[in-house]
Design a protein around this ligand. Sequence first.
Ligand code: AMP
Length: 221
Amino acid sequence: MRIILLGPPGAGKGTQAKALAKRLNLAHISTGDLLRQEVAQNTPLGKEAVIYMQKGELVPDDLIIQMLEKRIVQLDAQAGFILDGYPRNLAQAKKLDQILNNMNKSIDLVFYLDTTEKVIIQRLSGRLVCKNCGANFHLTNMPPKKDRICDFCGGQLYQREDDKEQTIKKRLLVYYQETASLIDYYQQQKKLVHLSADEEAELVLEKIIQKIETYHDSLKI
Ligand code: AMP
């Protein structure tokens, strides 16, 4: 299975992608996480990308596409993957189709996690991320047992620089300007599944799993 999770920042793409990847034994590919690793390691790509990330803007397509191409051919992605945060615009979507086509592969399903702006702001402004393992927490919805300490690995929790209010607004604007048009693109390909993602993560996950099962059943007919 090759699945894309689409939706605004704060829709829960990362949370759902992690849970789905574990449940279905697929690779979780988050371009945001890959970029944050590059930034943490201070690589040339990281140094260039951080300038855009801090402003809530998209990192240029050529950098992202190169990084994605390298990741997609790794062994753990051969049986399938969940893409989280890619594609972000039409050019990236078309390039992905081309890369997969060259490998005789294609995207199976695209989930659009529809979320209201109120929920987005509430989720992002309280989000805490583990520096060590990347697990997500929330100041009020899902607080860690110990203040600012990860329940899973004991790592330190921090607020992402781009989860501050001004940058959230910019990221939302970029989403509506660039990414929202992908909904039409995948609808035309008859791959889009529209879900409300305002509910709790477990409920959204079950809805996604159900749709994947229906898709599998339809392939057997
Ligand atoms: P995310 O973790 O998906 O919210 O991404 C954080 C930031 O990384 C975004 O605001 C962008 O600056 C950058 N980024 C992540 N994925 C992409 C992408 N596919 N294209 C361009 N920029 C990206």
